[in-house]
Design a binder for this molecule. Structure first.
Ligand code: ATP
Length: 151
């Protein structure tokens, strides 16, 4: 059996990664799936989380937000609604998004708040801060490593 697979992470507008990987952790609805070469074929809906993969002797990470993933024995294709490499994350923008979401969540009686939407916005912001924080050597700015509902 091959000891690697091709990993592609694409969004509607960008190619985020095309790499030869030996393993990957992919956020899907309800959790993460671990992928090794020769994995059983599957199709899954993406969650909101940190996608990590091993390429050569390096572990790489990016955000992955919504969309679908197709896993084949020698190829993994992530079609994400949004995804960013750590170095492309605009940290102040993510902080503002997190602050906006937290303010909305702080008003539980506000009838105008769409709670699911705010929670997804918060999860997106937190995962962006987490991925950016790791790459910049700072403490993780958020702890939301869980895959949650899609964006
Ligand atoms: P915001 O409220 O700041 O727009 P959002 O969570 O609503 O954040 P999305 O709808 O998830 O944004 O993404 C829209 C587009 O903007 C996507 O292409 C995404 O990659 C990009 N994007 C969103 N936030 C950031 C960020 N902090 N850094 C880099 N790109 C971002």
């Amino acid at each position: 059996m091959a000891d690697s697979f091709t990993l592609e992470v694409v969004t509607p507008t960008h190619l985020i990664a095309r790499e030869t990987a030996s393993e990957a952790q992919i956020p899907v609805l309800g959790g993460y799936i671990g992928v090794l070469p020769g994995h059983t074929a599957l199709l899954a809906e993406m969650g909101i989380g940190e996608l990590t993969y091993r390429a050569g002797n390096q572990t790489q990470a990016c955000t992955a937000i919504g969309g679908f993933v197709e896993v084949l024995a020698d190829r993994v294709i992530v079609l994400a609604d949004a995804a960013e490499r750590a170095e492309d994350i605009d940290v102040p923008r993510a902080q503002s998004a997190r602050d906006r979401a937290q303010k909305r969540l702080a008003n539980p009686n506000d009838p105008n708040v769409d709670w699911e939407r705010v929670q997804r916005a918060l999860a997106r912001a937190e995962i962006r801060l987490q991925v950016a924080g790791k790459s910049r050597g700072a403490p993780a700015a958020a702890s939301a490593a869980h895959a949650t509902s899609r964006s």
